[in-house]
Design a protein around this ligand. Structure first.
Ligand code: URA
Length: 187
């Protein structure tokens, strides 16, 4: 736990990019610190900034519903974001902001040691899966790197805006459940 505490303290004190100047709370992560499944979003929104926890706004409610379809919840996965401070007006985090923050996420991944990483949305997919990812074509596809299976699915905010994407996401969730079984991930 010492490494976790040290990392969280480092994030709390971080001033590596201008997003730190405007934050109410740094949003570190939530869930099981030795989870086999890790979910990675883009960055905190207004509610997350206020509460200091990822995915607690409207997109978070939908994320919880999505997870429950495949028997996952906040206590059997670990959830974090590419950037830990809220970008103003919920704009996409800029490359430089992501660069300043990504080291913290990498350290979280090293500590969690997940078997499966699910990126939520294009921004996380571009960082986690591969740069230039085309989410419309590549959502739900799997790649194994360094012994960790990676996939990207639509961000719950996108599913709130475009409910027509939900059936495809349902299939992606089933493929995550299948991968959980295949690799014997603990839930
Ligand atoms: N969207 C994200 O990508 N992350 C959050 O924590 C909340 C909304």
């Amino acid at each position: 736990m010492e490494r976790w505490d040290a990392l969280e303290a480092k994030c709390r004190d971080c001033q590596a990019c201008p997003l730190s100047q405007r934050r109410t709370n740094m949003v570190f992560g939530v869930g099981r610190k030795d989870a086999d499944i890790m979910l990675i979003g883009e960055g905190p929104g207004m509610q997350e900034d206020l509460q200091g926890e990822p995915f607690v706004g409207p997109a978070g409610k939908l994320l919880d519903d999505m997870l429950s379809i495949i028997d996952l919840n906040r206590s059997n996965v670990y959830i974090a974001n590419i950037v830990k401070c809220r970008p103003p007006n919920n704009r996409d985090p800029m490359e430089e902001e992501q660069d300043a923050c990504i080291g913290y996420l990498k350290e979280q991944i090293q500590l969690v040691q997940p078997k499966i990483i699910v990126a939520l949305g294009r921004i996380a997919g571009a960082r986690i899966q591969h740069p230039g990812i085309r989410i419309t074509r590549e959502h739900g596809m799997w790649a194994c790197r360094n012994g960790i299976w990676h996939t990207t699915i639509y961000h719950p905010s996108a599913l709130l805006r475009k409910p027509e994407l939900r059936p495809e996401t349902f299939d992606d969730l089933l493929s995550i459940r299948e991968k959980i079984r295949e690799v014997g991930a603990r839930i």
